[in-house]
Design a protein around this ligand. Structure first.
Ligand code: NCD
Length: 309
């Protein structure tokens, strides 16, 4: 049984919770391998997704995960809703909650918005990404991908590279990696590094080439153009020279090391076009991250709905 009601922050998770979620993801991964990729575990339950910020892969992943468990899904379309008429967000959510849903999945462009909403709502909530704050299911699916690749987290070293300042994925992943003992180095420029950085308790580097020969996981962050209120880098060429990976740098990686990215990739910025076209799934894990995301979200939806029974 999980120890939390809402999943808003990686800090909500105990080590035992992480273990339970990964174990259940394994079971659901097996279901996804079958011809008939569906179980009736949550028949009669309803999962509501409310995305107040554009998303393709995350919303589809949550909705498909709920469907694969036999739950009904309702998707709230923020752009065409009464929010446009000035309705208060809590009233909107309470209206949706009155339709009797068992779990609400929320994405919002403001950091802290999902936590704020959770104070007014009884139904369990999963944070599907809030502003620059956190994206816990991304971190969990990344951890699951690492577990499937390496078998355990023992003696692993990771580098998280790029726009740390504006990335909710960075915040969630650093905290989760720390929790399970993966030694993490941040590779970024001083301008893309948050001020309160000591909190994270990680090493830092400024050039990806410094870490490539030593780390097992190269985690490339997407440049968060939509969250940048000014130009953080003089040019793409400048960014490429310190913080990107291409085929030449790929050859500097440790033998069994892997590249990860939460998607969508800005081709030519974080990862070169040439490297994106290499179809080596043993080293470039982006498609597997997406696949594992489905199993992790099935596990979470299942466990969080089950907890209420
Ligand atoms: C991430 C997000 O939206 O935070 N993407 C995702 O969930 N598919 C990562 C990103 O956009 O940088």
């Amino acid at each position: 049984m999980l120890s939390f009601k809402n999943l808003i922050d990686i800090d909500d998770l105990s080590l035992k919770d992480i273990e339970i979620i990964l174990e259940n993801a394994d079971t659901f991964s097996d279901v996804l391998e079958r011809d008939l990729k569906k179980v009736p575990a949550l028949r009669g339950k309803t999962v509501l997704t409310m995305f107040f910020e554009p998303s393709t892969r995350t919303r589809n992943s949550f909705e498909l995960a709920a469907k694969r468990l036999g739950a009904d899904t309702v998707s709230f379309a923020a752009a065409t809703s009464s929010l446009r008429k000035g309705e208060f967000i809590i009233d909107t959510i309470k209206t949706m909650q009155s339709m009797v849903v068992d779990l609400i999945i929320i994405r919002h462009s403001d950091s802290g918005a999902v936590n704020f909403i959770s104070k007014y709502i009884e139904t369990p909530i999963i944070n599907a990404g809030d502003g620059k704050h956190q994206h816990p299911t991304q971190a969990l699916l990344d951890l699951y991908t690492i577990k499937k690749t390496f078998g355990s987290f023992k003696n692993l070293k990771a580098a998280i590279v790029g726009d740390i300042l504006n990335s909710r994925v960075a915040r969630s992943n650093i905290i989760l990696f720390n929790k399970v003992g993966i030694e993490t180095t941040i590779v970024t420029s001083s301008i893309l590094k948050p001020e309160n950085f000591d909190y994270f308790n990680v090493k830092t580097a400024t050039n990806i080439e410094e870490v490539l020969p030593f780390v097992d996981i190269i985690y490339m962050l997407r440049m968060q153009f939509e969250r940048q209120d000014r130009k953080y880098y003089p040019s793409i060429k400048e960014y490429n020279s310190f913080l990107s990976i291409d085929e030449k740098r790929f050859s500097l990686m440790k033998e069994n090391a892997i590249i990860m990215h939460p998607g969508p990739v800005n081709r030519g910025i974080e990862i070169s076009e040439g490297l994106m076209n290499i179809k080596d799934e043993s080293k470039i894990k982006i498609n597997q991250q997406v696949r594992n995301g489905l199993a992790i979200r099935m596990a979470l939806i299942y466990l969080m709905c089950l907890k209420q029974d």
